[in-house]
Design a binder for this molecule. Sequence first.
Ligand code: HEC
Ligand code: HEC
Ligand code: HEC
Ligand code: HEC
Ligand code: HEC
Ligand code: HEC
Length: 351
Amino acid sequence: MSRLLLIATAIGIGLGGPVLAFHQKGVANCNGCHLTHGEGVEGGMLVGPSADEGLLIAESASDVCLVCHAESLGAVLGADPLSPPPERGGGNFVFLVEDNLNDAAGGAFDPILGDAAGHNLVAPGHNLTADARYTLAPGGTFPANQLGCTSCHDPHGNASFRMLNGAGPVMENVFTFANPAPVAAGVDINGPPETANHHTAYVSGMTEWCGNCHGRHHQGNSGSAFKHRVDGNFGGSASQRYNEYNGDSDPQGGNQATAYVPAVPFEDTGATPSSTTGTGVQSKIMCLSCHRAHATSSPAAGRWDFNVNLLAEDGVESRSYAIPDPYGNPDQGPLCNKCHDRSAAPETFAD
Ligand code: HEC
Ligand code: HEC
Ligand code: HEC
Ligand code: HEC
Ligand code: HEC
Ligand code: HEC
């Protein structure tokens, strides 16, 4: 057994073991992630060569997290990209190892590598490296060669949703966030997968939070080919559409009480993890209405594949994992349709 596993097991986080409130346990748990010995400051924690960096139990910060979180406790890095672990909101980093994500026509012969699946962690102990296509976060200045779990999550725990980093320095001053952590509530990381009545409840602040690294990507001169608003209220017509839309086979048969689909979420102050309620005029569009936070089997961490005309085409050309169609209809189009009636005149679509 490797030393890493021994450490994990020693503090009671073996496979199938009890779920302790690990991150909240304070000093007693420093050795879940740091090497410790003898007496001294910080409970005897060994201090690394740079004097301010506690020596970690694994090769990099992200490798430390993956000791416990790769295939259990949320299973954020599954073993097989064709058979990913249950979805609990964030998507999955296993898709970074895909050799092709391109499901557009001819995609089989024009591969899009798994780098495009989402956020590339720098985790050499798990053979994960920075995304060669980017030096900086698109729309911002975060250095891609530093990106890892602790770029987004606070390793020392905090009270925010999923312990996401708030305003201030992150990763020992690699970068500084201007905006606070978003307000949201997640499902149990050991519980059942995401469904229409069991899902992350997004309340507020997600676009601003992603904006710490990306600015208002897609808006103005963000450099993206795709232009779209990334925040703001739905307003009357988009909200009505979201609620009455029940898939392309039943575009007006839905109702607000049951309109929610986790594949196309939105922010609302009334959101709860069990709520099936659709939008109100005050509900907000945000980055995670179209993307997942970690990675997916679609380019740009899409919640659905942005390159297909019918969801049934997902996975066909690329032979990557097909994201489930929430409406289970072989003729279902892209999920832009949840918020837009694309059969209407362009003016109406733009509204
Ligand atoms: C879940 C893993 C984890 C636990 C538990 C943990 N640390 Fe850390 N710690 C890290 C990582 C990873 C870094 C490297 C900095 C980064 O990536 O944010 C770090 C960095 C540090 C640093 C360097 C300065 C800083 O704050 O970034 C100190 C000091 C430190 N830890 C002390 C502690 C002490 C004391 C405890 C117990 C109370 C503890 N750590 C528990 C993962 C952990
Ligand atoms: C020794 C095992 C262990 C390590 C290493 C570890 N975690 Fe955890 N983590 C846990 C356990 C157990 C839970 C569930 C209980 C809890 O919330 O404390 C958890 C929960 C979480 C959650 C979900 C919290 C929530 O709101 O539901 C996040 C996010 C997380 N860890 C991130 C990290 C990151 C980032 C690192 C690396 C810096 C890390 N973990 C390292 C054991 C670990
Ligand atoms: C700590 C900084 C940071 C935060 C916070 C962050 N990102 Fe990123 N993001 C990056 C970097 C760096 C890249 C480019 C490197 C890469 O793709 O791995 C990137 C790439 C992306 C990509 C393109 C992926 C690809 O491979 O084509 C998408 C989409 C994205 N981010 C969406 C988001 C969303 C949505 C959020 C909020 C939930 C978010 N990001 C939060 C740093 C960040
Ligand atoms: C670019 C930012 C970013 C990076 C990098 C990142 N996370 Fe997350 N993570 C998030 C956000 C945002 C959520 C909430 C997703 C949601 O519910 O929509 C999340 C959710 C989670 C969860 C809850 C389970 C789930 O699937 O939603 C765990 C556990 C977790 N992250 C651990 C990790 C670990 C471990 C790493 C590194 C291997 C990591 N994260 C890297 C932003 C990030
Ligand atoms: C209405 C849906 C939607 C919303 C909302 C959205 N995106 Fe995107 N995003 C897309 C699509 C579609 C693409 C692919 C564009 C392409 O292939 O040209 C994309 C691509 C990206 C990329 C890859 C680089 C690029 O521009 O192609 C990044 C980074 C990204 N989005 C970040 C974000 C962030 C950060 C937010 C919130 C500030 C956000 N997105 C909100 C749909 C959306
Ligand atoms: C979560 C809901 C949602 C999703 C998903 C969504 N949009 Fe939008 N879109 C909006 C809203 C809200 C507006 C603003 C319209 C209004 O004021 O009513 C908008 C506006 C637009 C506009 C008008 C230009 C602009 O920015 O004002 C276009 C074009 C558009 N969307 C295309 C798309 C495409 C293509 C997709 C799929 C990749 C998509 N949208 C996905 C909600 C959404």
